[in-house]
Design a protein around this ligand. Structure first.
Ligand code: 6GU
Length: 243
């Protein structure tokens, strides 16, 4: 997959994307991430990309022309652009289902805004999707773009072994992860639960399910309410006595 990123801070993408899973996926040719400096498509001597908003108000708004010029420069025509995603706090909340949809594309174009916003005609004329990564304020879309890139990349064919796809399934089921332990058996008075060493696979699975459900109910009541496990509110199975 090719991912182009239009940003005021292309250098920001140099470090984090080299590390770990993403770096390896890139070295193996499974993904290429190409940051582009929006200022390269400014037309004046000062490479201006923002101006005060019509109607007044605080802050600056990113001008539309550099975005359109960049898209035409990169793909030849606006119509030839790949699926285009604006990272903005007003967007739809990113979740695993949306990430999985993005991972099926051959290419993506990510547009990073500044918090005060991008001229509405960029949204209208270029964006297929508008995405936010949570209900808090970032200075710009760069961190959000990096989050999206990492989440998409780990779903690309060949990027990961089978180990981690199991944890995706548990998340897709709407449950948070159960607790994990490794050696030593005892640390500072805290001992690994006996059931995990019992060799009883059924008992281990039940314990993990129970702990995942308890954690989800406690910290993510929103996920618990919409989970789609066998005993979910609208599922096929009988309701659990705890509901
Ligand atoms: Cl995508 N951008 C900004 N500026 N803030 C955010 C965000 C995006 N997602 C959550 N907060």
């Amino acid at each position: 997959m090719r991912i182009d990123v239009l940003t005021l801070f292309p250098e920001w993408f140099a470090g984090p994307l080299d590390a770990s899973l993403l770096g390896r996926a890139r070295d193996r040719g499974l993904v290429s991430v190409e940051p582009h400096d929006l200022r390269d498509w400014a037309t004046d001597r000062h490479r201006t990309v923002d101006e005060p908003p019509y109607g007044g108000g605080a802050g600056m708004v990113l001008k539309p022309e550099p975005f359109f010029a960049a898209v035409e420069g990169l793909y030849g025509a606006v119509e030839a652009r790949p699926r285009t995603i604006v990272l903005t706090p007003r967007g739809r909340l990113l979740d695993q289902a949306l990430v999985a949809g993005f991972a099926r594309e051959r290419a993506l174009l990510l547009l990073c805004g500044r918090y005060e916003g991008i001229d509405e005609r960029v949204h209208e004329g270029l964006a297929h999707d508008e995405v936010s990564i949570g209900d808090y304020v970032l200075a710009g879309g760069e961190v959000a773009a990096a989050v999206l890139i990492e989440a998409v990349t780990r779903l690309l064919p060949g990027v990961m072994g089978n180990e981690e796809s199991a944890s995706d399934e548990s998340f897709a089921e709407g449950l948070l992860e159960y607790p994990q332990y490794t050696r030593p058996l005892e640390l500072r008075g805290m001992r690994v639960p006996e059931v995990l060493r019992s060799g009883d696979h059924g008992a281990v699975a039940r314990w993990r399910r129970e702990r995942a459900e308890a954690r989800t109910r406690a910290v993510r009541p929103d996920l618990w309410a919409i989970r789609d496990g066998p005993d979910a509110p609208d599922g096929d199975g009988p309701a659990s006595p705890r509901d």
